[in-house]
Design a protein around this ligand. Structure first.
Ligand SMILES: [Fe+2]
Ligand SMILES: [Fe+2]
Length: 175
């Protein structure tokens, strides 16, 4: 499956269920990271972004519900497993982990929209586009807080399927 998936080519419905479950696991990861980081981030200069992260947490929960609904619609079973969440004491690290994850998320949802359309699942693609819009806003919020431009994710390398190996930082599973 990996080859077809990477080239953005046609996938079967069974493969789409599997890929949406990866997206769902990524949404769980985002919920956990935003819940924890929004409270753990310290420093007067980060108070505005901390509020923003709290808002993101709620939006990621909405995404998780939508993606679960799509998986169920396809006859699949929504996963109960999250991708690992990194931890750090440093505010800048937290923002960096979030931005890395959002980049990966945007890259995946763009691919998922194309895959849904290739299967004639236009309404599903529409739901994913709505999510994608918010993920891109999250990217902008984080890049702005880090004083950077939003990276061009179409040129980024794919992560391994478990969502691991995105640079340094301790990894811990918070279940
Ligand atoms: Fe999300
Ligand atoms: Fe997001």
């Amino acid at each position: 499956m990996a080859d077809e998936q990477k080239s953005g080519g046609q996938v079967s419905r069974a493969q789409l269920i599997e890929l949406l479950n990866e997206d769902l696991a990524r949404e769980y990861q985002a919920i956990i990271a935003y819940v924890v980081y929004s409270q753990a981030i310290k420093g007067a200069e980060y108070m505005a972004i901390a509020k923003e992260l709290e808002k993101h947490a709620g939006e990621e929960l909405e995404h998780a519900l939508t993606v679960s609904k799509l998986i169920d619609y396809l006859g699949g079973e929504p996963t109960v497993t999250t991708k690992p969440v990194k931890t750090s004491e440093k505010a800048e690290d937290m923002l960096r982990f979030d931005l890395d994850n959002e980049n990966e998320t945007v890259r995946n949802y763009r691919e998922r929209v194309r895959q849904c359309e290739a299967l004639g699942e236009f309404a599903m693609a529409e739901h994913l586009r709505e999510i994608l819009k918010q993920e891109q806003e999250h990217q902008i919020d984080l890049a702005t807080a880090l004083g950077e431009n939003v990276p061009d994710v179409s040129k980024m390398k794919t992560q391994n399927p478990k969502g691991e190996g995105q640079g340094e930082g301790r990894s811990s599973n918070i279940h």
